[in-house]
Design a protein around this ligand. Structure first.
Ligand SMILES: Cc1cc2nc3c(=O)[nH]c(=O)nc-3n(C[C@H](O)[C@H](O)[C@H](O)COP(=O)(O)OP(=O)(O)OC[C@H]3O[C@@H](n4cnc5c(N)ncnc54)[C@H](O)[C@@H]3O)c2cc1C
Length: 230
């Protein structure tokens, strides 16, 4: 029988000492699948962390979530993908930066964010169908509608792409929102305090010089909405 990961059972606060239990500002921790998956599905890049010969390494990467796993891709020569495809323990983090928090004191400045830490192991994806599906999901996650509107990979390109599926065995989300929490005595101070929301915006599309097509609707939509959210 397939082992049931604690992520699959999720929702309850993990036991004390669990790798995914938020200790610092525990009130900001979330463990339910909706919180975790909404953040994962709202971003498309994160940092993959692993240990190589005792040396911790963190590498930025694109990803897409497919059920209880994340798909990562890269060149077959990528050190990260060679290592992570071999069942070593991994951690993948994703952050959506939502704002700057300006407090009256240096100490109480902060940022607003929604972030997730995922723990799991990697599996090299070798089957042609799964590889193609992972690539399709990745393209459509980053630019919804793009997979159908661009060329599929050739066999050579497929061989030139490594795909790793990372299981979501445990996960935590951490969320900070709102303004600063200054010390009572500091409310007497004259400094401006509050928070400055931040969003990621798509600019106007810039056509390639050899373009044969007009701007597709899904690109125009991203540009007119401004905010890019996967
Ligand atoms: C954009 C951004 C900037 C930040 N800047 C700073 C900074 O400058 N200094 C600083 O000390 N902290 C910063 N934080 C908070 C930081 O991510 C940690 O939550 C905090 O440092 C506590 O770390 P810890 O290892 O003591 O956490 P612990 O609570 O001991 O971590 C235990 C477990 O909680 C979970 N967890 C912890 N933090 C997060 C998280 N952010 N998202 C999801 N799960 C989490 C993980 O599963 C982790 O294994 C920042 C967070 C974000 C998103």
């Amino acid at each position: 029988m397939e082992p049931v990961s604690s992520y699959r059972k999720v929702a309850e606060k993990p036991p004390r000492g669990a790798r995914n239990r938020v200790r610092r500002h525990a009130e900001r921790g979330r463990y339910d699948r909706t919180s975790v998956e909404t953040i994962l599905d709202s971003a498309f890049h994160g940092h993959l962390a692993f240990i190589e010969d005792g040396q911790p390494v963190a590498i930025p990467m694109l990803y897409v979530r497919d059920g209880e796993q994340l798909y990562l891709h890269g060149a077959p020569a990528s050190r990260a993908l060679k290592i992570v495809g071999s069942e070593v323990p991994l951690c993948f983090t994703v952050t959506l930066l939502d704002g700057l928090v300006l407090a009256r004191a240096w100490f109480t400045h902060s940022v607003n964010y929604r972030s997730v830490a995922v723990f799991g192991v990697g599996r090299a994806v070798t089957g042609r169908e799964e590889k193609l599906e992972a690539m399709r999901l990745l393209v459509d996650h980053i630019i919804p509608g793009r997979a159908e509107d661009s060329r599929w990979p050739s066999d050579k390109e497929l061989r030139g792409t490594s795909i790793v599926a990372m299981s979501i065995d445990d996960a935590s989300a951490k969320v900070r929102a709102g303004g600063p929490g200054d010390d009572e005595a500091d409310y007497e101070l004259p400094y401006w305090a509050g928070h400055l929301p931040l969003t990621m915006h798509a600019g106007a599309p810039i056509a390639d010089a050899r373009n044969l097509a007009t701007v597709p609707s899904y690109v125009a939509r991203l540009a007119s909405n401004g905010e890019h959210s996967a």
